[in-house]
Design a protein around this ligand. Structure first.
Ligand SMILES: Cc1cc2nc3c(=O)[nH]c(=O)nc-3n(C[C@H](O)[C@H](O)[C@H](O)COP(=O)(O)OP(=O)(O)OC[C@H]3O[C@@H](n4cnc5c(N)ncnc54)[C@H](O)[C@@H]3O)c2cc1C
Length: 380
């Protein structure tokens, strides 16, 4: 590591850490020491070449989308884009249905012709009423009725969370839209794109600056006594870990991945297939080649299986975990005020929140402008 204290110590070279380091260098001329305990940059957005030479997303597929033109302009300085061909199907009773549920899904499932109005009427007849929706099961029954809920959501949710939907907060299953049109895109957002050369290339261009020193395979815990930044620490790791799990661990759901090579041009009809059935342990199979459009005689299909142990991937929302996170947030606010130099807790792990990549980058840009304000108005 170079001599002299950096202005910022940035823990985590994921999207958030890379954006904060880049802004600090370019806007204020601040020097950052950017560390990550993994052996690569780009955090969970990291993509790499499989041994076959095909690009894969080792931490699950990352479908970039945003409606924020300014955000897209900012990122476009580091990448060109290819279209995000984000189409997903769900395997139900041996047949593939468009997912999220749309008019085509409903017609195929109920074996009748529908338009927007008749489909909305059908679902309102099938839906169940609750005085107050208390959990994910009630939310889905109130939107879809029992048949669709059991076919598309019940088994998938049980595998994903190892819990029954009735034991999960409504927000857990509430993120997926239900459409009364034929839009078959998996995600919402005006711009649905993929960095042309991948996310790792995008973020490596972003941090390619003489004022940013990158150190991989370095854990904050091993370094914090030796590096004292002049202005602030930006912590993008798990908030409970920062405080040595003083109040108890926050619950996370993890995933394992199997990347299987197939000697044929394409192996499945779209980028992602969901498996709500209990006959297989995995929840989705992903063939990212549908989006990258790579020219190659073979293809890789990645199988994703949820598990409780392993790297933190999805926060598990519940009253208990919300309360525990709030208590950690209070410790973080105290740390920000009282530490020798302020510590800013930013990103999905530090905020114990599922956020998409565009939201993580927006969060990083906002956080950087707060750090600047604190600096200019005398807090640091
Ligand atoms: C399975 C999955 C699928 C997703 N799919 C999509 C998608 O389709 N579209 C989309 O827009 N978003 C998607 N996301 C979200 C996206 O991954 C996040 O929004 C983004 O990665 C958040 O960036 P971050 O910098 O906050 O965190 P991360 O990317 O997690 O980066 C944090 C980094 O900090 C490092 N770190 C942690 N603790 C320490 C420590 N003590 N010392 C050193 N380093 C440390 C970690 O190693 C990690 O590299 C998905 C997320 C998951 C889990």
């Amino acid at each position: 590591m170079n001599q002299g204290s950096p202005d910022l110590l940035v823990v985590g070279a994921g999207p958030v850490g890379c954006v904060v380091s880049e802004r600090a260098a370019k806007i204020r001329g601040w020097k950052s020491l950017l560390i990550d305990r993994r052996n690569h940059i780009a955090g969970n957005c990291h993509d790499r070449l499989h041994e076959s030479g095909l690009l894969i997303h080792p931490y699950g597929p990352h479908y970039f989308r945003t409606s924020n033109q300014a955000l897209l302009d900012y990122l476009s300085a580091f990448t060109s884009w290819i279209p995000g061909n984000y189409k997903v199907k769900s395997l139900v009773n041996g047949e593939l249905f468009p997912f999220p549920i749309n008019l085509d899904t409903l017609e195929k499932f109920f074996q009748c012709a529908l338009d927007s109005e008749s489909a909305a009427l059908l679902l309102s007849e099938k839906s169940e009423r609750f005085p107050k929706v208390e959990n994910s099961e009630e939310l889905l029954l109130s939107r879809l009725g029992r048949d669709l809920y059991e076919a598309f959501y019940l088994g998938y949710t049980r595998k994903q969370w190892a819990q029954h939907p009735r034991d999960l907060a409504p927000s857990v299953c509430g993120r997926v839209p239900i459409r009364f049109n034929r839009d078959d895109s998996y995600v919402e957002g005006k711009f649905q794109l993929m960095p042309a050369e991948g996310y790792t290339r995008l973020f490596s261009r972003m941090i390619d600056h003489p004022l940013i020193e990158l150190n991989l395979n370095v854990d904050y815990r091993a370094l914090k006594e030796f590096v004292k930044p002049r202005i602030a620490t930006i912590f993008c790791g798990p908030i409970d870990e920062y405080f040595n799990f003083r109040l108890g661990p926050l619950p996370w759901r993890s995933l394992s991945f199997e990347h299987n090579y197939h000697s044929k041009k394409m192996a499945q009809p779209c980028v992602q297939i969901n498996y709500p059935g209990a006959d297989v342990p995995y929840t989705r199979s992903v063939e990212i080649k549908h989006v990258t459009g790579q020219t190659h005689p073979g293809t890789v299909v990645s199988l994703e299986t949820p598990r409780s142990e392993g790297e933190p991937f999805y926060p598990v929302p519940s009253h208990r975990s919300d309360k525990l996170y709030l208590a950690y947030q209070e410790l973080a606010a105290e740390e920000n005020r009282n530490a020798e130099r302020p510590v800013y807790f930013i990103g999905r792990l530090a905020c114990y929140k599922y956020i998409n990549t565009d939201e993580a980058i927006e969060m990083a840009l906002q956080a950087f402008s707060n750090i600047e304000k604190d600096f200019l108005f005398g807090r640091t």
